[in-house]
Design a protein around this ligand. Structure first.
Ligand code: UT7
Length: 317
């Protein structure tokens, strides 16, 4: 048995940071950010934690699915910005919801939600899980260098969640890791050992933008073409594509290469920014709640990012 998605939800911090606000913090302007990235504003956490955002998104997804926390058999959160190394974000969500199932976090940068879905599919296949909550949640603002205009204008905070129940909606999936690549790098906390001889690095996002851009377009296109090939369908048969929201130009270029109209692609980057592992479930919730999604629609989701890593799946809604 596999799964289907029965409910989605998303949550954002209250504070909205506009391009105008950013232009007073670093040497940038609305025109550059809109034309080069496609972001106009993003949400940035003040008092909200990653677990706060994850819990709010989870409650909305559970409500839509009509599933109670007590019924959950598994909670997984994909995140690269947990509030603590321990306890996990998923564990905190479990406690706040009043669930009692196993809960853990996984990390695969912006592709994390796709890796979490595939992991959860394994639990469904083994018959150990009948209802699961999969979340992507980030407070990415805490690992940004707010003096680096090439990264701080791109990202935003938020969370997206999906409730998975038994079904045959997960038709096809792919995961890719090209390990050890430092095109995107976020060094870890250096540590407290008095014996360490390693020089601690600043734990903020470093990104070689143009290298990442090329990888991103190829990953998006290749996953769609390859997954459609496995299902024996043309990309044109897809009703909706939910891509990682990293740059509107990546989505536009992929649409051109796939010869698909841009209308098939969910785009919320303008007011959400790049929310890393939360990006795909937030965009999925946007699509789900927009009324554009019909039962039986074919929905492809793809993500790419640090690792380098990428992933995709095709769902029958
Ligand atoms: O989520 C993980 C995956 N991430 C991605 O997929 C991101 C992929 N990469 C990108 O989206 C783009 O490469 C960026 C948005 C990061 C950068 O856009 P770009 O068009 O590749 O710009 P660039 O790095 O080539 O920089 C062009 C110019 C430079 O100035 P000079 O050297 O030509 O004078 C930069 O210094 O733009 C300048 N620049 C800015 N100017 C105004 C860089 N950031 C800014 C800024 N405001 N915020």
């Amino acid at each position: 048995m596999g799964f289907q998605i029965s409910g989605t939800g998303s949550a954002f911090p209250k504070k909205v940071l506009t391009n105008e606000d950013l232009s007073r913090m670093v040497d940038t302007n609305d025109e550059w950010i809109m034309t080069r990235v496609g972001v106009s504003s993003r949400h940035i956490a003040t008092e909200e934690s990653t677990a706060d955002l994850a819990t709010e998104a989870a409650r909305k997804a559970l409500e839509e699915a009509g599933v109670t926390p007590a019924e959950l058999d598994l909670i997984i959160t994909a995140t690269i910005t947990p509030d603590a190394v321990c306890p996990t974000v998923a564990g905190t969500v479990q406690q706040r919801l009043g669930a009692s199932c196993p809960a853990f976090d996984i990390s695969s940068a912006c592709s994390g939600f796709l890796f979490a879905l595939e992991t959860t599919n394994g639990f469904f296949a083994s018959g150990k899980v009948k209802k699961a909550l999969v979340i992507g949640a980030e407070r990415i603002s805490k690992i940004l260098d707010w003096e680096d205009r090439s990264t701080c204008v791109i990202f935003g905070d938020g969370a997206g969640a999906a409730v998975l129940t038994e079904g045959n909606g997960y038709l096809c999936s792919e995961l890719m890791t090209a390990g050890g690549d430092s095109v995107i790098k976020i060094p870890g906390f250096g540590g407290t050992s008095p014996f360490s001889t390693l020089e601690p690095e600043k734990p903020v996002i470093f990104m070689e933008g143009q290298e990442t851009f090329k990888f991103a377009v190829n990953a998006l296109v290749d996953h769609i073409v390859s997954m459609c090939g496995k299902l024996g369908i043309e990309p044109a048969a897809l009703d909706h594509i939910v891509p990682h929201q990293a740059n509107i130009r990546i989505i536009q270029m992929a649409a051109r290469k796939l010869k698909l109209p841009l209308e098939k692609f969910v785009t919320d980057i303008e007011t959400v920014g790049n929310t890393a592992a939360a990006s795909v479930p937030i965009a999925l919730d946007d699509l789900n709640r927009s009324g554009r999604l019909q039962k039986g629609d074919l929905v492809a989701m793809t993500a790419f990012g640090g690792g380098l890593s990428s992933g995709g799946c095709i769902l029958r809604w």
